[in-house]
Design a protein around this ligand. Sequence first.
Ligand code: BES
Ligand code: MN
Ligand code: ZN
Length: 485
Amino acid sequence: MKPRLSKINQISPDQSVICILGSKDIPENLMLSKTEKEFAHKRILAREEYVIINSYHKFTYLILVKEGLGNYRTKEELRRTAFNLRKVIKSNNHPELVITADKVYEGSVGDFAEGLILSFYSFDKYKTREDEREKKNYPAELLLHGDIDDEEIRWLADLSDAVYKARDLINEPVNHLNAVALSEEMKKMGSEAGFEIEVMNKGKIEALKMGGLLAVNKGSVDPPVFCILEWRPENSLNKKPVVLVGKGIVYDTGGLNIKTGDHMDNMKADMAGAATVAGVLTVAAKTGIPLHVIGLIPATDNRPGGNAYVQGDIITMHNNITVEVGNTDAEGRLILADAISYASRYSPELIINVATLTGSAAMTFGNQAIAVMGNAEKKYFELLEECGNEVYERTARLPFWEEYGELIKSDIADLKNVGGREAGAITAGKFLENFTKFPFIHMDIAGTGSLKKDDYYRLKDGPGSGLRLLSAFLKKLTAIYKEQN
Ligand code: BES
Ligand code: MN
Ligand code: ZN
């Protein structure tokens, strides 16, 4: 559950209001008394992040937008202020709350609402004691006033629903969500949102000779799945689809090269890429993005076991390339390679892979950037960067030079699945590049896909990294197509 969103045209005197201010003037429609205004002015002049006025019958929250920040930073400041206010807002028990703005940039109401909704999420379904559950006393209704239209509200509602759903999937532990259960959840998402989904079982995966997915699955007691999600609207503007591939490792123990120390922490989140892809398909279908989009999700857990694959094994992949296993903990690229190879049958315009793939990406960028790399045209990377700034899921590009490809050559097979300690994020991307001839972008969300603590509204554990970014990307791509026609 999350707050509902609707639009209002007028604020009534007894409604509690959040007002985003672009200047120090306090608008008349807030109906504050002279003394309340004086109080507010003092606080605003003292440059406080927000001012809360507790009138007898309502609350008024005033937020002065910080000056001197670039536009996308300003947007992010508002989302963060929303996060900072989430607890006070809850403790004030508003059944409904108005969000309005005065003399601010267009879109500010939506930005604040987005930050607030994403901050109200909690994963507490396994708390059996009511009083220990995160109190759900956020406003049941957010009433948006001012510079926001119905389409934007729809987008925000559908997008935040999808982020909530992705977070639920990521936070669900493997004993409640194995690969088959994940595919069942995706079926539900498909029928609710309106995209098609086909789930291939182990028999079909064997028939397709997806050697990577099958090898990683060997140590598991649960079968693997391969999910194909498809959104193909009648009015689609692209002849060739965009294919999104998501890593669906429902738990990564490392396999026989087992993870030691704290490296296994939160490895239930190793399917964050899969959750993101399913979330993006949901947004595309619900908001009716006029683009043909396909999501491919290979899923299994990675475990040691009597039959588990071992270091030294040579695997024949879906496209017949052979891979020497240098480390069973480099499992993500094995299952993804089969999916990327499978994508060829769609002759895609672009393949985007999303995966919690390497500790190396996390060590390089921490939780502040998604590592991106690939061989697709520059315009796609620029579009990703632009969208990344807008939604503040920023991307940082890594080189993709052919020399890095040398590091993953094997003496006895075509490739090996590890390239040594150096340039680990890049060699993982280079590995994947071998499995397609189509334009390819790889996004490594290892640093952003699971967080040890809240980064404002990007909440800890599974924040849903990449979902808002890729949704914005598809929206922008739509606009570009429309311009061309
Ligand atoms: N799922 C991990 C990557 C990861 C690490 C995600 C930390 C999130 C946080 C991946 O499967 C993995 O184990 N990668 C290895 C590859 C290595 C064996 C070449 C790594 O990065 O250590
Ligand atoms: Mn691993
Ligand atoms: Zn992994």
